[in-house]
Design a protein around this ligand. Structure first.
Ligand code: 6PG
Length: 479
């Protein structure tokens, strides 16, 4: 066995297999390994012509096939299986070698693994990879964390296999130390959930309020995809809506059960946001909408509840309504990204990662599931003002929301009147209105807390904390 492979991939399910092929197609010699060797051989039999592969049947063979410092990519299920594979390989590695975890790991696990392996002299590179099977093969968006030293060695290879944005920039950056890469991938997925939910609400409104068929809505999404909403998710939405079920001749979307599943990364985004105290209400509504859809018994038991029946509009009004929905969708999307980037900033601060938001927006421009023309605008906003406190503070975005808001409110009013659930649009607008409000009812909340629990409050006109003697003469005392 020659020790010439520049990179190794273990775990050859579809993502691992495609990533290995991507490295090989880009001229790297790739060692490949899988728990069951038949998969390894199948890969080389089928795709061996695409480049140079070195097959390894055992962990020892695999490690021996790699040039030093070794770069070993593990593409296995997040959680226990990742720890098991690390334990299998780490004892065979030497100081300076790198283990790259390309799965959807929880960033807290990545932090732990990085720390443990660092003590053994091994670089652990928790890496978010987005783009599904197709992206893994033809160019994903890659979000590596870990040490600068590991990025120096790995970065050029990742840049080569990554997607390229429209200006040719590779969709990979060194996000930050330890868990930073997986954290950013987690937020990417949270935003993915929010994007999908908002698109779903737009579809439902076009169906129930505008009265359009799925095929017609597909056309509308195709048109939107040529404008500022230009994105992968809008593009595939048109494809899914235009698809007709071969067995029944019905629109495909009408024969699929309306229960959305989730593997958990969107939920993590919300859990972590709660811990960090970051309001990601749009992302949270997207996660809750998926869970609600799955409560079949609850939905069945609630079908008879009173409410309006949506009555479709006439042709001319429907067309005007569709334009309004585009405005509402775009404004809500700006809010989702605002919330997601807030979480990245808060995570970066909490864990000392120093994440560059402009660089994150830049690498999301290509390859990943949320890739969109819009991300170039976000990149430009952060590049112009790295300390931008919020995307809504960017003048261009603020102007666009200002122009969209009347329609946004109209769409929500129509949804409420006609009983079409739009939690994502509504949460986004509530967030926007809360942020711009002069005064919030939080003052009343503080009063209530002080009343029942003597939790104290601060005054608008003086420094210090105070308590009112609610049970006594209601005089105020300093706390
Ligand atoms: C990506 C996707 C990918 C995966 C999600 C789906 O960026 O390539 O986000 O990671 O498709 O995990 O998530 P759910 O199964 O939770 O919808």
């Amino acid at each position: 066995m020659s020790t010439t492979a520049q990179i190794g991939v273990t775990g050859l399910a579809v993502m691992g297999r495609n990533l290995a092929r991507n490295f090989a197609r880009n001229g790297y010699t790739v060692a490949v390994h899988n728990r069951t060797a038949s998969r390894t051989h199948a890969l080389v039999e089928e795709f061996g012509g695409e480049g140079d592969f070195v097959t390894a049947e055992t962990a020892k063979e695999f490690v021996a096939a790699l040039e030093r410092p070794r770069r070993l990519v593990i593409m296995v299920k997040a959680g226990g299986p990742t720890d098991a594979v690390i334990e299998e390989f780490a004892p065979l590695l030497e100081p300076g070698d790198m283990i790259i975890d390309g799965g959807n790991a929880h960033f807290a696990d990545t932090r732990r693994r990085e720390r443990e392996l660092r003590e053994r002299g091994i670089h652990f590179v928790g890496t978010g990879i987005s783009g599904g099977e197709e992206g893994a093969l033809n160019g994903p968006s890659i979000m590596p964390g870990g040490s600068t030293e590991s990025y120096d060695s790995l970065g050029p290879m990742l840049e080569k296999i990554s997607a390229k944005a429209s200006d040719g920039a590779p969709c990979v950056t060194h996000v930050g130390p330890d868990g930073a890469g997986h954290f950013v991938k987690m937020v990417h997925n949270g935003i993915e959930y929010a994007d999908m939910q908002l698109i779903g609400e737009a579809y439902q409104l076009l169906r129930d309020v505008a009265g359009y068929s799925p095929a017609r809505i597909a056309e509308i999404f195709r048109t939107w995809n040529t404008g500022r909403l230009d994105s992968y998710l809008i593009e595939i939405t048109a494809e899914v809506l235009a698809h007709v079920d071969a067995a029944t001749g019905k629109p495909f979307v009408d024969v699929v059960q309306d229960r959305a599943e989730q593997k958990g990364t969107g939920r993590w985004t919300v859990q972590i946001a709660l811990d960090l105290g970051v309001p990601v209400s749009g992302i949270a509504e997207a996660v809750f909408a998926r869970s609600l859809s799955g409560h079949m018994a609850l939905r069945e038991a609630s079908r008879g509840l009173a409410g309006p029946q949506a009555a479709p509009l006439g042709e001319a009004e429907a067309a005007a309504f569709a334009d309004r929905v585009e405005q509402a969708l775009y404004a809500s999307k700006i809010v989702s990204y605002t919330q997601g980037f807030h979480e990245i900033a808060a995570g970066g601060e909490e864990y000392g990662w120093d994440i560059d938001p402009g660089a994150v927006a830049s690498i999301w421009r290509g390859g990943c599931i949320i890739r969109a023309a819009f991300l170039d605008r976000i990149r430009a906003a952060y590049d112009a003002r790295p300390e931008l406190p919020s995307l809504l503070a960017d003048e261009a975005f603020a102007r666009e929301i200002a122009a969209a808001q009347d329609d946004w409110r109209e769409v929500l009013a129509a949804a409420v009147r006609q009983g079409v659930p739009t939690p994502g649009f509504a949460a986004a607008l509530a967030y926007y209105d809360a942020l711009r409000a002069e005064r919030l009812p939080a003052a009343l909340t503080q009063g209530q807390r002080d009343y029942f629990g003597a939790h104290t409050y601060r005054r608008t006109d003086r420094e210090g904390s105070y308590h009112t003697l609610w049970g006594g003469d209601r005089s105020e005392v300093p706390a």
